[in-house]
Design a protein around this ligand. Sequence first.
Ligand SMILES: [Zn+2]
Length: 283
Amino acid sequence: MKRMLLLLVAVLLLAGCGTQGGKNSADEEKKGENRTEQQAEQETENSENGSEDDPAEQEEKQPVEPMYRVNPVSSSIEPIGDAKKEVVLLTFDDAPDKYGVEIAKTLKELGVSAIFFVNGHFINSEEGRAKLKEIYDMGFPIGNHTYGHANLKTISEEKQRGEIVKLNDLIEEITGERPKFFRAPHGANTDFSRKVVQDEGMVLMNWTYGYDYFQPYMDAKKLTEAMVTGKGPEVGINYSLLRPGANLLMHDRQWTSEALVDIVKGLQEQGYEILDPALIETL
Ligand SMILES: [Zn+2]
């Protein structure tokens, strides 16, 4: 049973992020061995740069004590210490396409947050840049989902680096801030890309479940039910994947935008808090 569950989760991950459904995805994550070292480096950097910032900017960047961390193997969100366990993280990939700004506005009205994982090809026009800025200015963290949505397992190391670093440069140029989170298209990471992600100071995550990229759930009502129950019987998931720390994958799509209010309320009605990503430990 447990084995079957793992298999099904693997199938889910495999199908993640849409149509190309790469043969290599679902990679289990290795432990962040260099995390402590990285953190130390980051802290030194911060203290070197931080002292003479103008006060307005400092006020905006109040350091928040992390209360959660991303499990490097399962991508679920774990409390640090005695933080509330019944939380779920909302994430939106392939943004900002047609519905990203609308999704952000809906979340804002609901008083909840989410990570927007963006692609470079959506933000290399004036219109795209403006959308990204609008989402960022509403207070949502921007994650890196690669420049061109490449399957990192199929391209050279040099190109993998470009897919990741070039996008961070572009996002920083637009928002003034480099992403702190990374999610690979199709969940397909390589040892090399992991290293680049870490060198860029980002926390890598896949997800624990999502349904909006499966044909049967490209419908607001059906998607709501699947996200709120955690079950996707039409893609073989007959049991609930909803549990404390679930990392929910959604996309910049019409049916997702339409379903969003009901998804959020449905999760809250079951006692889950929508996690503020600002509480997640970064490097
Ligand atoms: Zn994607």
